[in-house]
Design a protein around this ligand. Structure first.
Ligand SMILES: *Cc1c(COP(=O)(O)O)cnc(C)c1O
Length: 411
């Protein structure tokens, strides 16, 4: 008899995006003549930068010739040309030294953030912000690191750190003992950033309590404020306690190309049950080399092209399109009397729903009233109730039309 992993049965049914899809499909079926505009998607819409496309074409040609063909990427942690570009372009340029053997190239930050928990013991207590990117929680549920979900969808044994307007969407240090802390800045879904002082508090906390921080920096390229750190390693001592995730998905429109990387510093240590210090970097290396065989040569060449002067300019121009959308959304919604957060250093706008209207009620009003789709804040956690997420990833003409419709919405 094949027994299944019953932890999967603890997962809440009707995960956020399938439920949104279901409601949108039902509406379209009943109203086939109406055009629905989505500001709900966490996917990009602009095409790849020309420098990236050229690099992919050139790499394809190389793969077609015996002299320049490439097989497995040795070790599966990324070709050296890409890891060198990362080392210089993302870290040295900000005064941070990261070793080539601390960089692990992968096919996505979703899988990295999801997979990383498996190198840590099952008894670790994890802490997450509420609202949160659901991947951090669900992968720990699957692993058996949590209890069951309550009626609000909060799992036993997880420490939730509420992030609401009252605390400026900034998590406060947990009072209870925690071992692994997930942080995401700039934040999806709230669009909040962490200052150097905010991150220093977390680094100090982790050093004092021997905890590890899993830092998701998937949106660092959207930071416009020069004082905001792009990497947690800009904080002294962070290499002892933090793993950082990066992705080209939003930075360079790679959601359909697939390339990302994770930094696991050599200084980072975990512990055995009897308190012996263990290096984490070789363990992640062992895990990756066993379960993963690397990212395609063509894709890694595409990623390296992002770091060239033309690549940098082109992706910055694309990001500017999205951030201009964000600015317009914030400005016009504020003018309509809505309270909006984020949208300055992140492609997400986190708005308050009108008084007395729940996240899902607001979703239905927008869809049925003016054919707009966004994401109910409650879908990201109990503390997201009363909020609603809009993304800046739409096409500018759709954003314009969406805002005209917002003006017509009656709540
Ligand atoms: C989009 C996103 C990612 C990137 O995932 P990929 O698998 O690299 O496409 C990572 N973290 C968060 C919070 C995201 O929103």
């Amino acid at each position: 008899m094949a027994l299944i992993n019953e932890n999967f049965l603890k997962l809440k049914a009707g995960y956020l995006f399938p439920e949104i899809g279901r409601r949108v499909r039902a509406y379209k079926q009943q109203n086939p003549d109406k055009k629905v505009i989505s500001l709900g998607i966490g996917d990009v819409t602009q095409p790849l930068a020309p420098a990236v496309v050229e690099a992919m074409k050139a790499a394809s040609d190389e793969m077609g010739k015996i002299e320049t063909f490439h097989g497995y990427d040795d070790g599966g942690t990324g070709y050296e040309f890409l890891r060198k570009a990362i080392q210089h372009g993302d870290f040295q340029s900000r005064g941070v030294e990261i070793g080539l053997d601390e960089i692990f190239v992968s096919d996505g930050a979703k899988c990295d953030t999801g997979n990383l928990q498996e190198i840590f013991g099952i008894d670790n207590v994890i802490a997450v912000t509420d609202p949160v990117y659901p991947v951090y929680v669900d992968t720990n549920v699957m692993a058996g690191r949590t209890g069951d979900a309550d009626e609000k969808g909060r799992y036993g044994k997880i420490v939730y750190m509420p992030c609401t307007a009252e605390n400026n969407f900034t998590p406060v240090l947990p009072k209870e003992k925690v071992d692994i802390v997930y942080l995401c800045f700039p934040n999806n879904p709230t669009g909040t950033v962490a200052t150097k002082e905010d991150l220093k508090k977390w680094v100090d906390f982790a050093r004092e309590t021997k905890a590890i921080i899993l830092f998701d920096a998937a949106y660092e390229a959207f930071i416009t404020d020069a004082s905001i750190p792009h990497s947690i390693y800009e904080i002294e001592g962070a290499k002892e306690v933090a793993i950082e995730f990066r992705s080209y998905s939003k930075t360079a429109g790679f959601t359909g190309v697939r390339c990302a990387y994770t930094v696991v510093p050599k200084e980072l240590i975990g512990y055995t049950k009897d308190g012996k210090a263990v290096d984490v970097n070789p363990i992640w290396n062992r895990r990756q080399s066993t379960k993963f065989n690397g990212v395609s040569y063509i894709t890694q060449r595409a990623a390296a092209a992002i770091y060239t002067p033309q690549g940098q300019k082109q992706i910055k121009d694309i990001i500017a399109i999205y951030m201009n959308n964000a600015k317009t959304i914030c400005k016009e919604l504020a003018a309509l009397g809505y309270t909006v957060y984020g949208g300055v250093n992140a492609p997400y706008i986190w708005m308050k729903t009108p008084k007395g209207v729940s996240s899902w009620e607001f979703f239905d009003k927008l869809l049925n009233g003016v054919q707009l789709v966004g994401t109910p804040g409650a879908g990201f956690g109990a503390s997201g109730e009363g909020y609603f997420r809009l993304t800046a990833f739409g096409k500018p003409e759709d954003v314009k039309e969406a805002l005209a419709r917002f003006a017509k919405l009656k709540v």
